[in-house]
Design a protein around this ligand. Structure first.
Ligand SMILES: Nc1ncnc2c1ncn2[C@@H]1O[C@H](COP(=O)(O)OP(=O)(O)OP(=O)(O)O)[C@@H](O)[C@H]1O
Length: 521
């Protein structure tokens, strides 16, 4: 800003994968000290574009100049040497190593972990992004891991920081503190390229925006002068509707489908969060939202609900049957479906084709539709996969691509579609719209509501309070491994939820909000 030569300028940048032009002739320029948003629907080409800026992909055509100097970014090492740092959408940390060890590995001047701790301490104090340098990354919740990823890049002291959806796993407070850091960096003359689907955030944070659709730039605008609806329209090409659960949608006599009774679970890891006497009841047709700050037991709760962590047989009941010590497969056979928060690696096998990924959460069905006697019917499996892709508008270059080649949002749509297409009696979903664009998020939320209307019992764990307020009947808050009483989602306020998230057990306990209900067991 104020400087006529932009820090980064890109002209005619192009990249194709086979017949698909993922990025086609894109121009972009980012001024010094600017926070520039890169917007676009899932699959618009944002990640492909920034991968070319960071040297992990080579363009087929086009030029990149840094401070007016033509540059070829051949590798991430070179990008870092040029002053470009990148925080990726997917985690790239070594789980068995400590925070300090992970950061030491990423720094080109190769400090020891102890030296990193000193650098980190200064940085954390200056910018206020707190992490424990001695914590083992594998024990950290995704929100904290994301903070480590961000700190790892910021410690490289780049001139341009590229962030690919950095706040999708952060709480509002964590996101706010990140914005403080980014604003401070911008005021020091650093530039930020910020990819996000959260349009409110973009309007509050960014001073410039480039909007992409189908690999091309369709608009350059000042987001501070736009509304979220106008930005969404520019991204998607049409208006985006908002879904909302009707109050009182659950019948008073709806049968109890899923029940957790006083579950105590210690994950047995140093930095995991124990669940303390967690109880919940979910009825047919009911959506229970679980709110909470990352690291308060969400992962452990999902593991207990899904059977990835086993507890006493009687502590978890599905349709009245005890399942607490039954495996995830046995629970699936009883009609449950699960969507974990990490779509690449946990919910899907990145190297496998979508058709194979469609199969992995289905036992070769007893009805023989996908095969029998150990023989798989590939034509039927492909049909199932394309049915999921059509129903959830999953976009990709090839007919049956590897999961790893899908954009993040498209893979999320596929994973959610795969589980919903089983018409489960019980659905447990952790962060359903993480990294998903406004139109796709609205679609996924609508599909969850439709599933509830068909009578499924649904548990949605999400850090997005607006999302929970939109689709839940009841909301409980997880704080330090304790789950609050369920609150009526049509009456609870953001303030009450915020206090509960901060660990105040009395918040929200007014007679109007607590959902009282007695069920015959
Ligand atoms: N390695 C690859 N091989 C084949 N196709 C790819 C590959 N990487 C990306 N694509 C395709 O290129 C298109 C653009 O993907 P990209 O990841 O850049 O989108 P995006 O705008 O970042 O989307 P999202 O918001 O979902 O992350 C998509 O259709 C995607 O399937």
């Amino acid at each position: 800003m104020g400087n006529t030569v932009p820090l980064l300028a890109v002209e005619g940048l192009t990249k194709s994968f086979g017949a698909l032009v993922a990025v086609g002739g894109v121009d972009l320029s980012i001024g010094e000290g600017s926070i520039h948003a890169l917007l676009g629907e899932n699959g618009a080409g944002k990640s492909t574009l920034v991968k070319m800026l960071y040297g992990t992909l080579q363009p087929d055509a086009g030029n990149i100049t840094i401070r007016g100097k033509p540059t070829v970014v051949t590798s991430p090492n070179e990008a870092r040497a040029l002053g470009i740092g990148m925080v990726f959408q997917h985690f790239s940390l070594f789980e068995s190593m400590s925070v300090a060890e992970n950061i030491a590995l990423a720094l080109d001047h190769k400090p020891t972990p102890d030296e990193v701790k000193v650098e980190l301490k200064e940085f954390v104090e200056r910018y206020g992004l707190h992490v424990d340098p001695d914590a083992t990354v594998g024990d950290l919740d995704v929100g904290v891991r994301q903070r480590v990823e961000i700190l790892r890049v910021l410690l490289q002291k780049p001139a341009l920081v590229i962030l690919d959806e950095p706040t999708s796993v952060l709480t509002p407070q964590e996101a706010e503190s990140l914005f403080g850091v980014l604003r401070q960096l911008a005021s020091e003359g650093k530039s930020i390229l910020y990819i996000s689907h959260k349009l409110d955030e973009v309007r509050a944070l960014c001073d410039d925006a480039t909007v992409m659709r189908h690999g091309k730039v369709v608009e350059r605008t000042d987001p501070r002068k736009e509304s979220s609806a106008s930005l969404a329209r520019a991204m998607v090409g049409s208006d985006v509707s908002e879904v909302r659960r009707k109050a009182g949608a659950v019948a008073a006599d709806a049968p109890l489908v899923f029940e957790l009774t006083e579950v105590k679970y210690d994950p047995g890891t140093l930095f995991g969060m124990s669940l303390k006497n967690v109880s919940m009841r979910v009825h047919s047709g009911e959506i229970l939202g679980i709110a909470g700050v990352a690291g308060n037991g969400q992962k452990e709760l999902f593991d207990v609900l899904s059977g990835e962590a086993l507890v006493e047989l009687d502590a978890v009941r599905m349709d009245g049957h005890p399942v607490g010590s039954l495996s995830i497969s046995k629970r699936r056979q009883r009609g449950a479906a699960f969507v974990p928060e990490e779509r690449a690696g946990h919910a899907s096998v990145p190297a496998m084709a979508l058709s194979e990924n469609a199969l992995i959460t289905r036992k070769a069905p007893e009805d023989g539709t996908l095969g029998s006697l150990g023989v798989m019917k590939f034509s039927a499996i492909h049909k199932l996969s394309s049915m999921i892709r059509d129903a959830f508008d999953v976009r990709s270059a090839k007919a049956d691509p590897a999961a790893s080649t899908l954009s993040g949002g498209n893979l999320q749509k596929f994973v959610v579609g795969r589980e919903l297409s089983r018409d489960p009696k019980i659905l447990v979903v952790n962060q359903p719209t993480w990294g998903v664009d406004a139109a796709a998020a609205s679609f996924i939320r609508g599909a969850i509501l439709q599933l509830a209307e068909k009578g499924s019992a649904i548990i949605v764990i999400s850090q997005d309070l607006d999302e929970l307020l939109q689709i839940s009947d009841k909301i409980s808050v997880l704080s330090h491994g304790h789950l609050s009483e369920p609150l009526d989602a049509s009456k609870v306020t953001l303030e009450q939820l915020g206090l509960l998230m901060g660990g105040d057990p009395t918040a929200g306990q007014s007679e109007t909000t607590v959902v009282e209900r007695s069920d015959a067991a």
